[in-house]
Structures are given as C-alpha cells and as structure tokens.
Ligand binder design. Structure first.
Ligand code: ARG
Length: 271
C-alpha cells in the first residue's frame, strides 16, 4: 500500500512500469489467495475461481492485443484485474462481438461474469443488464485521413461514414442523418478508412488518438457526455457490489489514477 501510494506520485512514463510491477504483485498475491473460493464474498462466478470478462478489442487504450505478451491489455482489463484481486480470483478475458456484449446476450448465456468493453451506460442497455458506477467519461470523435477537408457534421453530408455495429457512435451518426457503413469492430472500421471504402470514421474520441501515427487525423470531437460502466447480469447484486467496491477502493488509494495515467497518458481531470 505504501509502495503504491509512493508510486502514484511518479511521472507518467514511470507509471506504465509501476503498473507492470503492480500486476506482478497481484499475480503472486493470487497464488496465495487464488485457491480460496469467492463464496466468502457471496459472489458466484461462471467458472469457479475465475472472474471471466467479455470484451471487444481492438479498442486501445481500453482493450487491445499486446503483441509482446499475446494478452489483451488496457484500462478496462487493469480495472478488472483489480476487481479479480479483490475477489481473490484469477482474471480471464474472453473476446466476443460488441453486439452480444451490449445486448446482454453474453451475460445471459453465461459466457462471462462481467462485460468490460468501454460500454456507454444507456437507458436501453440498463433495461437489459446492470451497470456499475461510471468509471470513464466519453464523447464521440471523427477520424479522417490527414489533410482531409471533413471536419464537422455538415461537411459529412453525402459522405460515407464507418461506424461500429451496435455502438453509441453508430446511433449518433444515424441521429445526425449521416450515411453509415457498419463494421463489426474498430480495427475493420479503420481498415476501411485506409482502403478508401469510407471517407471518415466515428467512434469514441479516446480510441482514435492511437491512429494519428498511421496518417490519420482526429478532425472533430462531438460532445455526447457519455460515461462507461461495467455490466453484470441483472440481479447479480453481490458481484455488482464487489465491482463498485473495487472502483471505490482504487479511486481512494490512487490505483485508478495510476491506471488512467498509464493508459490514457494524462492524469484524470475528475476526482
Ligand atoms: N462506448 C461505445 C458504446 O458503448 C463504444 C464501445 C465499443 N467498445 C469496444 N470495445 N469495441 O457503444
């Protein structure tokens, strides 16, 4: 605890390393406590001793493939690792389509205990599964080839806009009368922009930054005031309480700030 408090004060570049160290600490903690059952907390899990999380990469910096480890990593995964640690169980990440994540199907078919996938809390989704407290603020953004003249809703008239299936970005583009082409994930969306199949891409602003290095430009932010939450099956109160407990703890002890800074690159603006 002292160590993580001290590390929270270190600069961003070092924060990434501290996460790796923290993760090492966590996994050795798991070795000692991981065999313990989670029933002590009243939480039942689809696979005993494991918190199984459904997620839809590529969605850097929230969930994406780390080529050096072959693992899915990111802000969502870091927070889920904290939740697994608090439950005294291991973490397993399952890749599923965003459609079945956001519809509640993954949760209802027992594919996973939690959906952690940069999911915006919406009333429609709240009717299908239960959300944790919000953990991240989001808006929509526009990705275009560098130097493109497309920079606002008006300029997109008559253009073809790539969207991710079943996302709030898709809904936003349609609400704004844009001509959309649907893709199953962000990787395919950006691929289509690369090949010229679409003129622009709309998705959450925080995931567009990593593509600037590839000759793209984030040309606009569309403020939507979204908030991300983790989802559990309706009525999984013990698990939901545990996740909210973890969110409270990591906000209080500095872990959330460490994770945020390491993954987003700046300190969080909210407390
Ligand atoms: N926040 C948006 C939504 O909830 C997009 C999330 C997409 N997430 C992902 N991992 N592909 O609709």
């Amino acid at each position: 605890m002292t160590r993580s408090t001290r590390l929270a004060l270190l600069p961003a570049a070092v924060a990434a390393l501290t996460l790796v160290l923290a993760a090492c600490g966590s996994s050795s903690d798991n070795t000692t406590s991981g065999s313990g059952d989670s029933t002590a907390t009243g939480v039942s899990l689809v696979e005993d001793g494991t918190l199984t999380v459904c997620s839809n990469p590529p969605y850097e910096p929230f969930e994406y493939d780390d080529p050096s480890s072959g693992e899915i990593v990111g802000l969502d995964i870091d927070i889920m690792q904290q939740a697994a640690d608090d439950l005294g169980v291991k973490l397993a990440v399952k890749v599923t389509p965003f459609e079945t994540i956001q519809s509640g199907v993954d949760l209802n078919t027992g594919s996973c205990d939690v959906v952690a996938s940069g999911i915006t809390i919406t009333d429609e989704r709240k009717a299908k599964f239960d959300f944790s407290d919000p953990y991240f603020d989001a808006d929509q953004g526009l990705l275009v080839p560098a130097g493109s003249a497309l920079s606002d809703v008006d300029s997109l008239a008559g253009k073809s806009v790539g969207v991710q299936q079943a996302t709030t970005g898709e809904a936003w583009a349609q609400d704004n009368g844009l001509q959309t082409v649907q893709f199953e994930d962000l990787g395919l969306q950006v691929q289509a922009l690369k090949t010229g199949q679409v003129d622009a891409v709309v998705n959450d602003i925080a995931v567009l930054g990593p593509f600037v290095a590839d000759g793209f430009e984030v040309a606009a932010t569309f403020p939507t005031g979204e908030q991300y939450g983790f989802g559990v099956k309706q009525g999984s109160t013990a698990l939901l309480d545990a996740i909210n407990g973890t969110l409270d703890r990591i906000r209080t002890d500095g872990t959330y700030d460490e994770i945020y800074t390491a993954r987003i690159g700046t300190a969080p603006t909210q407390g």
